[in-house]
Design a protein around this ligand. Structure first.
Ligand SMILES: Nc1ncnc2c1ncn2[C@@H]1O[C@H](COP(=O)(O)OP(=O)(O)OP(=O)(O)O)[C@@H](O)[C@H]1O
Ligand SMILES: [Mg+2]
Length: 324
């Protein structure tokens, strides 16, 4: 660990500057990764995300396991320790600022409550596939040091009349017991009955039921819904959310930043990042990330510790010719 980073950490402690602390800590983690000290890097990452709680022995808040459906067959949710932070994402500045604002606000809910100002507690993340909606939800949980409760909508949605609504009630009651970040991922699935995947009226009905159920939700959890289905917006259902964050395809500049970010702790030489970014124009963030992963895999398969131009060249056409 460089003396510079140590000094930065001490300075950040004295200034109570969380951001500077995190930045220095992340640099240290990346350095350890680069040295292939994988176990140490993973432990440090967990400590950073979980705010020093002993992650493996469970969170400090003891909550029962997530509920099951009426038959006791399916888990309606899954609790996960988040593994991401905002630094891991490349976002449009407006979305980044909005997310940071939400995290700050959740920390200040008690002051808002005391002042009688309504909390923003129910957010919709919308945008095309692979642009970071799910990852952003995880990063919000990571920044807040809260566990992520991922609602299993495939289990929540039931073909029995009224059962979808009672499953929703069960999971919301559960989210009342501790401060989670709750993610209703692929939220549009809520209206898809198991019998008929395309029934539009049903979608509106169940989503509306969800919105009514959560209208007066003042529990300790932050509720996030994510969708890449524009129909929700056509139906003006977005108005019932406290905030809508629109994730878009990355600009060439953002693709370049993402490639650099994913290459940060990787030894590489001869990479033409600007050209790769232009070639990936119009594709989601997930494509740029996969390009780097594929190039790293190619290097590893030729037993090279260094990722070289040929590894990226080989990866690119496969990325641009597949659907995203
Ligand atoms: N904005 C971003 N910044 C950095 N990495 C990203 C970003 N968006 C996506 N990725 C990477 O791409 C992968 C897929 O992203 P994610 O699952 O968050 O997309 P999504 O918007 O939820 O897509 P879908 O609509 O298909 O659920 C992740 O591994 C993530 O690391
Ligand atoms: Mg997703």
């Amino acid at each position: 660990m460089a003396g510079r980073q140590l000094k930065e950490i001490f300075r950040a402690y004295h200034a109570r500057d969380d951001l500077a602390f995190r930045r220095a800590a992340l640099e240290i983690i990346e350095e350890e990764q680069a040295k292939h000290h994988n176990a140490l890097a993973r432990d440090l990452q967990k400590l950073l995300v979980a705010g020093g709680r002993p992650v493996d022995s469970g969170s400090t808040v003891v909550v029962p396991l997530p509920p099951k459906d009426r038959e006791g067959e399916w888990d309606l949710g899954e609790v996960r320790e988040p593994n991401r932070l905002f630094d891991d994402l490349v976002l449009h500045p407006n979305v980044a600022t909005a997310l940071e604002g939400i995290v700050d606000e959740v920390r200040k809910w008690p002051s808002l409550d005391a002042a009688g100002i309504p909390r923003r507690q129910k957010l919709l993340l919308q945008g095309p596939p692979g642009c970071g909606k799910t990852t952003a939800a995880e990063a919000v949980a990571g920044e807040l040091g809260r566990p992520l409760l991922i609602v299993r909508l495939d289990a929540v949605v039931s073909s029995y009349l009224g059962e979808t609504a009672s499953n929703l009630r069960r999971i919301l009651d559960y989210a009342d017991q501790a401060p989670f970040v709750v993610l209703f991922d692929e939220f549009d699935a809520l209206g898809r009955s198991r019998d008929d995947a395309s029934e539009h009226g049903e979608m509106k009905r169940v989503v509306t039921a969800f919105l009514q159920m959560t209208d007066r939700y003042r529990g300790p959890s932050l509720l996030l819904a994510a969708t890449n289905h524009p129909t929700l917006l056509d139906e003006a259902l977005w108005r019932r959310f406290d905030e809508v964050l629109s994730f878009g395809l990355p600009s060439v500049h953002q693709i370049r930043r993402l490639i650099r970010l994913r290459l940060r702790s990787v030894s590489h030489t001869g990479m033409e990042i600007d050209r790769y970014a232009s070639t990936l124009r119009g594709l989601p963030h997930a494509a740029a990330e996969k390009m780097v992963l594929d190039a790293r895999r190619n290097a590893l398969l030729r037993n090279s510790p260094v990722v070289e131009r040929e590894d990226a060249e080989k990866a690119l056409p496969l990325i641009t010719s597949r659907p995203w």
